[in-house]
Design a protein around this ligand. Structure first.
Ligand SMILES: [Zn+2]
Length: 307
């Protein structure tokens, strides 16, 4: 099996974090017609789908770029290959609006990744932009005093002039783990999964918890399995809207599963042959695993040694 691509991880642009504090430079870049801007409508970027070749981001030219939604700034994404600045903005709060340009279509990030519609570099870039814009949409007011805050540093900080606090974009870590018991793998399914899909167990990290402890707690809560050794495999930004999936492999200390029926519909041990069949989509009962855009798929491959 060739190694398929994980979604949202291929960003190749320069984030140029050192330029974010220079408001004059940022204003000049926004006024520069060589700069490029991605328009989002709700959570969907405008994608150029017409013409030959792979669809690409439907870039607008810089120049007189305004922020149409109150409180949500035009955010600085970074510098492209050609050294020109890349920005993103929320053109409208919902995805019902027309993108304007005749050839552009609004496509959600999940479909873009699942269907491989964008080059990996563009997919990473729209994930960054979407997470940042979603944060501004939901954090227009100070969490400390309730006053309206102002975006600064190209959109990487919001400042409250009333109480002086600064607020920064959040990233919510999630531990996701495939647990092995010898050759068997523990996978579970949530009710909202597509029919027949089983995946790695996952949960949000809590304050004061290590990544390993979070994974052990989640697996015990959801499936009654105690996990011993935990090793890190890879991570994935998951822009729905601001998660970081931290992919792990673990070793089980017991084997009797007790499913938490609130969290999961089912959890069970799968033999190596079954798991290989699920990866290849040849399982006799039609059972499947998540597609290669999701880190669970790659954890499973690593646990099976097919990477
Ligand atoms: Zn405040």
């Amino acid at each position: 099996m060739s190694k398929p691509a994980l979604g949202y991880v291929g960003a190749a642009h320069d984030r140029a974090a050192e330029r974010r504090g220079d408001s004059e430079w940022l204003a000049a870049r926004l006024a520069d017609p060589l700069s490029r801007v991605i328009d989002f409508h709700g959570d969907r970027p405008a994608i150029a789908v017409e013409g030959p070749g792979t669809p690409t981001v439907a870039w607008s030219r810089g120049g007189a770029v305004a922020a149409p939604v109150e409180g949500v700034p035009v955010v600085f994404v970074g510098l492209g290959d050609d050294g020109n600045a890349l920005f993103a903005r929320l053109a409208s709060e919902t995805a019902e609006a027309s993108p304007g340009a005749g050839e552009a279509k609004l496509i959600d990030l999940r479909s873009l990744a699942m269907q491989g519609l964008l080059p990996a570099a563009d997919l990473g870039l729209v994930a960054q932009a979407r997470t940042l814009l979603a944060w501004h949409q939901r954090h227009r007011f100070c969490a400390n005093c309730g006053a309206a805050t102002v975006a600064v540093d190209g959109g990487y900080r919001r400042h409250c002039a009333s109480c002086g606090l600064d607020h920064f974009p959040r990233t919510d870590p999630v531990a996701i783990i495939v647990v092995k018991d010898g050759e068997r793998l523990l996978l579970g399914r949530q009710r909202q999964f597509a029919p027949g899909v089983y995946s790695a167990l996952a949960g949000f990290m809590e304050p004061g918890e290590t990544i390993e402890d979070c994974a052990r707690r989640e697996v015990f809560e959801e499936a009654g399995i105690r996990v011993g050794k935990v090793t890190y495999h890879a991570s994935q930004p998951w822009p729905f809207p601001a998660n970081l999936m931290i992919g792990l492999l673990g070793e089980a200390l017991n084997s009797d599963i007790v499913v938490d029926q609130v969290e999961l519909e089912d959890a069970r041990w799968f033999t190596r042959d079954e798991a290989l069949a699920m990866l290849a989509d040849t399982h006799p009962d039609g059972l499947k695993v998540p597609t290669p855009m999701a880190i669970a798929h790659h954890l499973l491959r690593a646990a099976l040694g097919v990477d």
